[in-house]
Design a binder for this molecule. Structure first.
Ligand code: SF4
Length: 376
């Protein structure tokens, strides 16, 4: 039997301060809290690895701001991961780093522990927008950090950008994108700003000059065309990469592959079952036993599995290879969803090309409608 290969996600929930739009599980840090968390994480790593057979094909440190961890903390986490899990020699090892928290000594450590891909949260190239978003850095600081990563030999860098920021015009957005493209990062993620409950932006939503839904869509497609024209391949709704630089870790989320999440709030998908770790950092630090911190969010179920397969797989621009999907289920897709697929093809939301089922441009704009059709 083929050895299972899977992804590992490590959540580091600390940030210098909360950005105005952020609803991720993140919080301000203190030396003590950070150290206690790292100790608990190392315990969870070792207890989880004992029960997890297989090889790690991708490892992702996300947050929060993982680059806030000290050199010693990163080294101890990495040592624990390498000694407890079998990590493939060619595994993609990514880490999110935020401008303003990057130092040369940390970068040397990242190299030493095998990190081969860095993802920078920039969000905007305009300083007034960065300030409004509550970011801790200016564009100039970002660029200085970016150049340092290059000088230190990082050859696979991703940059996150936000679209549809209050007061933003399409021309401003495109000029920011051009500035970024000039730096030639290997990967660019473009997300539209969404006002999530519990964020500062949500509280002051009535005072924000946000683009209409129509403007937001126009901006998205303008960014899409611009990135494609400049050599960035759109491999997912929000993700663009130079040839061969797609994020392997994200791809496994959209390709029905198994992954384990460690740390507070981290999600896992293993043999058809989904679970999530507690979001309570105090509880986690007190007792990071997998049995105590995990909550099953979805039991194994053929129909839910198929819905997730479609929901996540259709995020990929190439779509879903129908033959491959059919190997994972008792009945073929076109039998289960014959009517829905035909209807959405007629509506111009879905298309089948070379054996792949995928969203059309209209389907991307109305993806929620498409996904709702598949729910039973
Ligand atoms: S840096 Fe990222 S995770 Fe931290 S508060 Fe800002 S958006 Fe949230």
């Amino acid at each position: 039997m083929k050895t299972k290969e899977f992804g590992l996600y490590i959540h580091i929930p600390f940030c210098v301060r909360k950005c105005s739009y952020c609803d991720f599980l993140s919080m301000p840090t203190s030396e003590r809290l950070q150290e206690d968390y790292v100790k608990a994480l190392i315990t969870e790593i070792s207890l989880t690895a004992e029960k997890t057979k297989g090889k790690v094909k991708s490892l992702y440190f996300g947050g929060g701001t993982p680059s806030l961890l000290t050199v010693s903390q990163m080294e101890r986490i990495a040592e624990s991961l390498y000694s407890c899990f079998s990590i493939l020699p060619n595994a993609e090892i990514s880490m999110e780093v935020n401008p303003g928290t990057i130092e040369k000594a940390k970068l040397n450590t990242y190299h030493r522990i095998g990190i081969n891909r860095l993802s920078m949260g920039l969000q905007s190239t305009q300083n007034d927008e960065l300030q409004m978003l509550g970011r801790i850095h200016t564009y100039e600081e970002f660029e200085k950090n970016y150049q340092l990563l290059r000088v230190e030999g990082f050859r696979n860098i991703s940059i996150d950008l936000l679209l549809a920021i209050p007061n933003q015009s399409q021309a401003q957005m495109l000029s920011g994108l051009q500035r970024l493209i000039n730096l030639r990062p290997e990967h660019i993620s473009v997300y539209s700003l969404i006002l999530e409950e519990g964020t500062k932006f949500y509280e002051i939503r009535d005072s924000l000059n946000l683009p209409t839904e129509e403007n937001e869509r126009e901006m998205y497609w303008a960014a899409d065309a611009y990135l494609i024209k400049n050599g960035y391949y759109p491999y997912e709704i929000s993700n663009y990469a130079l040839k061969g630089r797609e994020c392997q870790h994200n791809l496994l989320y959209w390709s029905d592959e198994d992954y384990i999440g460690l740390g507070i709030g981290a999600a896992s998908y293993w043999n058809g079952v989904r679970w999530k770790n507690t979001s309570d950092i105090k509880q986690y630090i007190k007792s990071p036993l997998p049995s105590a911190i995990r909550e099953i969010t979805q039991e194994k179920d053929e129909q839910r599995h198929l819905e997730d397969y479609l929901f996540l797989g259709l995020r990929k621009r190439e779509g879903i290879l129908i033959d491959k999907l059919n190997q994972s289920f008792d009945q073929p897709l076109q039998k289960i969803y014959a009517l829905e697929i035909e209807k959405m093809q007629k509506q111009g939301l879905l298309e089948i090309v070379d054996g792949y089922l995928r969203l059309t441009q209209k389907g991307i704009d109305f993806s929620n409608m498409v996904f709702a059709e598949f729910l039973r």
